[in-house]
Write a protein that binds this ligand. Structure first.
Ligand code: ADP
Ligand code: MG
Length: 771
C-alpha cells in the first residue's frame, strides 16, 4: 500500500540495507531493543522507518498503532530526512513529519516523526511512558552525544515499564521497541552493558556501501589548513570534471571566510566581472585581484559552533596538529612537490587549462547556528552550469546526504565533539568520488582517537547533571549510563548545584557528638534550577544570567559570562617579569620601559572600574572600551589584550544575548555591542551575582579564620598573604596577575579559577564586601 516514485524504487534496490529488511524486522518483533550498524549511506535513516511503517507500525488499528519516532542530533537532519522519507513514500508532511525546537509539521495523523534528541528528552519529562510511540529509533548513536547517551539510558527503563504494564494487562498499553542505529561497529557500550540491557540486544550489521571513495591523503599536514582548503578546492574546480565539492572546516568563522574567498574567485558575480575585465584587456587589474586573495584568513579559534552553543571547549581545536615535521612521509623527495606533480600529470591527461575556468561556483555555507531554512539550501540543486560547493562544519557529516557531491575536502580538524576515526569522511556518501584530506595518513591514524570519547565524559559534569535533573531524573548516581561517569564526580556536581541553588537543600540536625546542622542535597531541581537548565552553559553562568535581570544588568552579565568562558584576555607577561618599581625599570632599554609603562597605565585605567576590587570588572572595562573603539588589532596592542580572545568574547556576547532573549522574551537582552560603563548601583548588583555564581569558590584571609603568626599585622599588598578556600586543604594565594595582588589584602573574595604550580593560586578575583 506504499507507492514510491519510479526513481526511488530504482535507487532503493541498490541500498545495502534493503536486503536486510527481513532480518531487521524479525529482530525488532522478537526483541525489545535492537542495534543496527551500517556505514553512512547504507540506508539506515531513510529505510528503517519505512520497513517499520510497512510492517504496520504507526498505523491506527494495527498491533503497533503508536508513532514511529526517530531522533536526530541535528535540526537540519530531522527536517531534511522527514522530507526525504515523505518523498520516497509519496506521503504528505503531515504523515511523515518533523519536530524541532522551534518548528514542527506533526499532526494527529503523523505516522513517522523525525525529531531532534532534545525534543524527545523534553517529551519524556511530561510523558515518561512515551505512550504516543510504538517504536523509537535513536539514530547516530555512535556520536555518543550527551543527549543520545541519556536517551538510551532512560529508554532502557521505559521499555521495561511498558512491557510490565502490558503484561499486567493495563488498558491500551502496548510494549515499546527501541532501535539503536550506529555508523560504526563500536557499539559494545550499548550491546554489552548489563545495567542497560540485562539481555544483550541483537546487533545487525549492514554490508558496506557499493561505491568506494578514493581517499587522497596529503603528504604533509598543513597548519594553515584554511588556506590549504581554498587552494585544493580551486584546483578541483579548475581541473576536475563536474560534481559538487564538500569542504569540511571547524567553525562558522572559517566557513564564512572561505565562502567569501571562493565567492571572490569563482562566484557568479566575480566571474562576470572577470569576463568584462578580460574583454577590456585589463590584465593588470586581474592580477591585482588574484594577489588580493591570498591574504587574511586566520584559523578561527574564535567561533563557537554547536547546535546551540558550547562553552569550555575552546582548547580542543588546537589539538596536536602542528606536527608538519614529524608527520612527513618517508620519501623526502616527494615532500612538497608531490601533489603538484601528481596534479600536473592529471592536468595533462585531462588537457585542462590550469588557471582559469568559466564555470561559476554556487557556494553554500552549512553550520548549525545558521537558521534552519538557510541550512536547507544545501539540498537545492545548483543553478544550471554552476558547481555546487558546500562549506560545512564536520558535525553535519554522517547524518546528511547532500545530492551531487563528488569531491570532499577535509581539513581533518574537529573543534566539535564529534569526529570518528572509524568512519570519518568516508562515511559521507560520495558515489563514486574523491576525498582529499589536508593531512597525512600518519596523522589520521594517530590523532583521531581522541575525538571518540563519549561526550558525557568530556562535558563539565555539573551541566550534565542539571540537564538530567531538569528531565526529572533524580537518581543521577544510579542512572544506567552507557558509559557511566565517575560516582565521586557526580556527587561533587550535585553539591555544586546545591550551592548554586539549582537543587533543593534540606538541613537536618544530626544527633550525637556533633550537633551541627548537616546540609544535604535532596536532589530535586528547584525553580531556579529549572530556569538555569534552559541555558546550554555552565550552571554557574546560567545562575548569573537567570538572576541578572535587574537594574539593566543583563548586558553586563552577558559580557562577563562571555569573558569568563573565553578566559582572561590580558597579556600579563609585561607585568609579571618584575615589579613596576623604579629599580626594576632602570636596567631596561628605553623601548621596553615605554612599553612597560603603557602596560601599567592601561591596567590602571581598567582596574579603576569598581575601584580596584575585581579582576572581572577589569575585563568588563576592557571589553567595553574595545567595543567603543570598534575593535581592531591596534586597540588590542594598545591595551595589551589578545585579539583572538576579544573577537571571541564579542561573538559569544551576541550568541548568549540571543539565547537569553529566546528564554526570556521580555528581557532586555537584545545585543547592542556598545554598552556604557555600569553605574555604581549596577556594579553592586554585578558583584552580588558574581558571588552567587562562585558561591563555592570563596576564599577568606587566613588570619581572619584562624589565629596565625600574622594575625593583627597590617599588610600593604596581598603578596604572600595566605587565604583559606572552601574545600581546599592548602593555603591559597592571590595570583600575581590579579590586580588585587597589588592592593591591601581584602577579607573575602570569590575567584573564578584555581591553579596549582609551586603554590595554589586563585585568579579572576573579586572582593565580596569592599569598604
Ligand atoms: P544512512 O542513514 O545509512 O547514512 P541514508 O538513509 O541517510 O543512509 O541514505 C541512503 C541513501 O538515500 C543515500 O545514499 C542517498 O542516495 C539517498 N538520499 C538520502 N537523502 C537524500 C536526499 N535528500 N536527496 C536524494 N537522495 C537522498
Ligand atoms: Mg543516517
Amino acid at each position: 500500500h506504499v507507492s514510491r516514485p519510479a526513481d526511488v524504487v530504482e535507487a532503493r534496490i541498490l541500498l545495502p540495507i534493503v536486503t536486510e529488511e527481513q532480518p531487521i524486522m524479525e529482530a525488532v518483533l522478537l526483541n525489545p531493543a535492537v542495534i543496527i550498524c551500517g556505514e553512512t549511506g547504507s540506508g539506515k535513516t531513510t529505510q528503517v522507518p519505512q520497513f517499520l511503517f510497512e510492517a504496520g507500525f504507526g498505523s491506527p488499528g494495527s498491533d503497533n498503532p503508536g508513532m514511529i519516532g526517530i531522533t536526530q542530533p541535528r535540526r537540519v537532519a530531522a527536517m531534511s530526512m522527514a522530507a526525504r522519507v515523505a518523498h520516497e513514500m509519496s506521503l504528505s508532511s503531515s504523515r511523515v513529519s518533523y519536530q524541532i525546537r522551534y518548528d514542527a509539521t506533526v499532526s494527529p495523523s503523523t505516522s513517522i516523526k523525525f525529531m531532534t534528541d532534545g525534543v524527545l528528552l523534553r517529551e519524556l519529562a511530561t510523558d515518561f511512558l512515551l505512550t504516543k510511540y510504538s517504536v523509537i529509533i535513536i539514530d547516530e548513536a555512535h556520536e555518543r552525544s550527551m543527549n543520545t547517551d541519556i536517551l538510551i539510558g532512560v529508554l532502557s527503563r521505559v521499555l521495561k515499564l511498558r512491557e510490565e504494564m502490558w503484561k499486567a494487562g493495563t488498558a491500551d498499553v502496548k510494549p515499546l521497541r527501541l532501535i539503536i542505529m550506529s555508523a560504526t561497529l563500536r557499539v559494545s557500550d550499548f550491546a554489552e552493558n548489563r545495567t542497560l540491557f540485562p539481555t544483550p540486544p541483537p546487533v545487525i550489521n549492514v554490508a558496506a556501501r557499493q561505491h568506494p571513495v578514493t581517499i587522497h591523503f596529503n603528504r604533509r599536514t598543513f597548519s594553515d589548513y584554511v588556506t590549504e582548503a581554498v587552494k585544493k578546492t580551486t584546483k578541483i574546480h579548475t581541473r576536475l570534471p563536474p560534481g559538487g565539492i564538500l569542504i569540511f572546516l571547524t567553525g562558522q568563522n572559517e566557513i564564512t571566510g572561505v565562502c567569501r574567498k571562493l565567492e571572490a574567485k569563482f562566484g557568479v558575480k566575480a566571474l562576470e566581472r572577470k569576463r568584462r575585465q578580460r574583454q577590456l584587456a585589463e590584465d593588470a587589474a586581474d592580477e591585482h585581484e588574484n594577489t588580493a586573495l591570498g591574504g587574511d584568513i586566520r584559523p578561527a579559534q574564535a567561533d563557537v559552533e554547536a547546535e546551540d552553543l558550547e562553552l569550555g571547549n575552546h582548547q580542543v581545536d588546537d589539538l596536536a596538529f602542528d606536527v608538519d615535521v614529524d608527520m612527513v612521509d618517508e620519501d623526502p623527495a616527494a615532500l612538497d612537490s608531490d601533489e603538484d606533480t601528481e596534479e600536473h600529470q592529471l592536468d595533462q591527461e585531462l588537457g585542462l587549462d590550469l588557471n582559469d575556468t568559466d564555470a561559476p561556483m554556487h557556494i553554500v555555507p552549512l553550520y548549525s547556528l545558521l537558521p534552519s531554512e538557510k541550512q536547507m539550501l544545501v539540498f537545492k540543486p545548483a543553478p544550471p552550469g554552476c558547481r555546487l560547493v558546500v562549506v560545512s562544519t564536520n558535525v553535519a557529516e554522517t547524518s546528511l546526504t547532500i545530492p551531487g557531491i563528488r569531491y570532499v575536502v577535509d581539513c581533518g580538524r574537529a573543534k566539535e565533539r564529534r569526529y570518528d576515526i572509524a568512519n570519518g569522511v568516508q562515511a559521507f556518501q560520495v558515489s563514486p568520488g574523491h576525498c582529499y584530506r589536508l593531512y597525512s595518513s600518519a596523522l589520521f591514524e594517530h590523532h583521531f582517537e581522541e575525538f571518540s570519547k563519549p561526550e558525557i565524559l568530556r562535558m563539565p559534569i555539573e551541566g550534565v547533571v542539571l540537564q538530567m535533573k531538569s528531565m526529572h531524573i533524580d537518581a543521577v548516581i544510579n542512572f544506567p549510563f552507557p558509559t557511566p561517569p565517575d560516582r565521586a564526580t557526580l556527587h561533587k556536581a550535585e553539591k555544586v548545584l546545591g550551592h548554586l541553588g539549582a537543587l533543593g537543600v534540606t538541613t537536618s540536625v544530626t544527633k550525637g557528638l556533633t550537633a551541627a546542622g548537616v546540609q544535604s542535597i535532596d536532589g530535586q531541581i528547584t525553580e531556579l534550577g529549572r530556569l538555569m537548565s534552559l541555558f546550554p552553559l555552565s550552571p554557574r553562568f546560567s545562575r548569573m544570567l537567570v538572576s541578572g535581570q535587574q537594574q539593566g544588568c543583563l548586558p553586563y552579565i552577558i559580557s562577563i559570562v562571555s569573558a569568563l568562558s573565553v578566559g582572561d584576555p590580558f597579556l600579563h607577561d609585561e607585568g609579571l617579569v618584575a615589579d613596576h618599581e623604579e629599580e626594576a625599570m632602570e636596567g631596561l632599554e628605553e623601548a621596553d620601559r615605554t612599553r612597560r609603562k603603557a602596560f601599567f597605565t592601561t591596567q590602571h585605567t581598567h582596574s579603576a572600574l569598581g575601584n580596584f576590587t575585581s579582576d572581572v570588572f577589569r575585563i568588563l572595562s576592557v571589553v567595553g572600551a574595545y567595543e567603543f573603539a570598534g575593535g581592531g588589532h591596534k586597540f588590542c596592542a594598545q591595551h595589551f589584550v589578545r585579539p583572538k580572545a576579544m573577537e571571541e568574547i564579542h561573538k559569544l556576547r551576541a550568541q548568549i544575548s540571543n539565547i537569553v532573549q529566546t528564554n526570556f522574551p521580555s528581557a532586555d537582552a537584545g545585543f547592542v555591542p556598545k554598552i556604557l560603563p555600569p553605574t555604581d548601583m549596577q556594579l553592586k548588583v554585578l558583584r552580588q551575582l558574581l558571588a552567587a555564581g562562585f558561591i563555592d569558590q570563596v576564599a577568606v584571609r587566613k588570619d581572619r579564620v584562624e589565629q596565625t603568626s600574622s594575625s593583627g599585622v597590617k599588610f600593604t599588598t596581598s603578596k604572600g598573604v595566605p587565604y583559606k578556600a572552601l574545600g581546599v586543604s592548602e593555603d591559597v594565594f592571590i595570583h600575581p596577575s590579579s590586580l588585587l595582588a597589588n592592593t591591601a589584602p581584602p577579607e573575602y573574595v570569590v575567584f573564578s579559577e584555581l591553579i596549582r604550580t609551586t603554590r595554589v593560586w586563585i585568579k579572576g578575583v573579586t572582593v565580596i564586601n569592599p569598604a
